[in-house]
Design a protein around this ligand. Structure first.
Ligand SMILES: C[S@@+](CC[C@H](N)C(=O)[O-])C[C@H]1O[C@@H](n2cnc3c(N)ncnc32)[C@H](O)[C@@H]1O
Length: 242
């Protein structure tokens, strides 16, 4: 199997992830886009409080959760999920204290509402959002609604490390800024920021282009009851740093 898909669409093919994690090149661990070390600056900038409850969505066999736990000294257990049973089984064997791995579909999470302060996604939205078809759009909306649901409504933050291809950026803006398909748009505002990840060791995509990841944060807060939605929409921060 070629390590990376020939095109983005392959991400969504049945069995792609299962085969990916069986491959001998990826079996011991494969870090998509950026390692913990390359992300540390951005993570520390976003997550300052050690008490935060963290969920890693679509963890694969990345060492991100383990390294965050070890190097950022979080007091709470970090929960990491992936829908690939085989990869979660392996991750459990690594037996790192304070990191829990669960088999779970990110589109149908078994967590309570507002259970986490951060949901970290490195490459998972990219895997779910491969094109502009209606099927993909509804899958992405389902996923993002689940992410928002499990985040606390007083500052819970979705961190998404993505290549931000145009259809991925459009999906994020349409859901969080325009509120399209967003079940929480009437009660919440979403503060949306994008930063380019500097100093990442650049990897080359199968089509020869350079893969340049971005660090996206979306913070969920509740609209105060007496505020007019329209006023707040205008105030909604949308900052892009390039
Ligand atoms: C691009 S890989 C990123 C893996 C890991 N986060 C990393 O950075 O190395 C995408 C991951 O999302 C997982 N995934 C895709 N769709 C999922 C879903 N519906 N529920 C849970 N995990 C999913 C895949 O199994 C895969 O591990």
């Amino acid at each position: 199997m070629d390590l990376l898909p020939k095109n983005h669409k392959q991400f969504q093919e049945e069995g792609y992830w299962n085969k990916f994690f069986q491959d001998k090149q990826t079996k011991q661990g494969f870090e998509w886009y950026a390692s913990y070390e390359e992300l540390e600056y951005y993570l520390k900038q976003s997550i300052k409080d050690k008490e935060q409850r963290i969920l890693v969505v679509g963890c694969g066999n990345s060492a991100l959760s383990e390294k965050m736990k070890a190097k950022m000294n979080f007091t709470q257990e970090i929960v990491s999920i992936d829908f690939e049973e085989a990869v979660i089984k392996k991750m459990r064997h690594r037996e790192q204290k304070g990191v829990r791995y669960e088999v779970m579909d990110a589109l149908d999470m078994k967590f309570e509402n507002c259970e986490f302060d951060y949901a970290i996604d490195k490459g998972t939205l990219d895997a779910l959002c491969a094109d502009r078809t209606p099927e993909t759009a509804s899958r992405v909306v389902k996923y993002l609604n689940e992410v928002v649901r499990v985040l606390n409504s007083k500052g819970g933050t979705y961190i998404c490390v993505s290549l931000l291809q145009d259809f991925v950026l459009d999906a994020l803006v349409s859901f969080f800024s325009k509120g399209l398909g967003n079940d929480h748009a009437e009660q919440n505002i979403f503060e949306f920021r994008i930063q380019k990840i500097e100093k990442v060791v650049q990897k080359t995509a199968p089509d020869g282009s350079q893969m340049l990841p971005f660090f996206v944060t979306v913070k969920r807060t509740v609209i105060p009851e007496d505020a007019k939605l329209q006023d707040l929409r205008v105030k909604m921060a949308e900052t892009i740093y390039f």
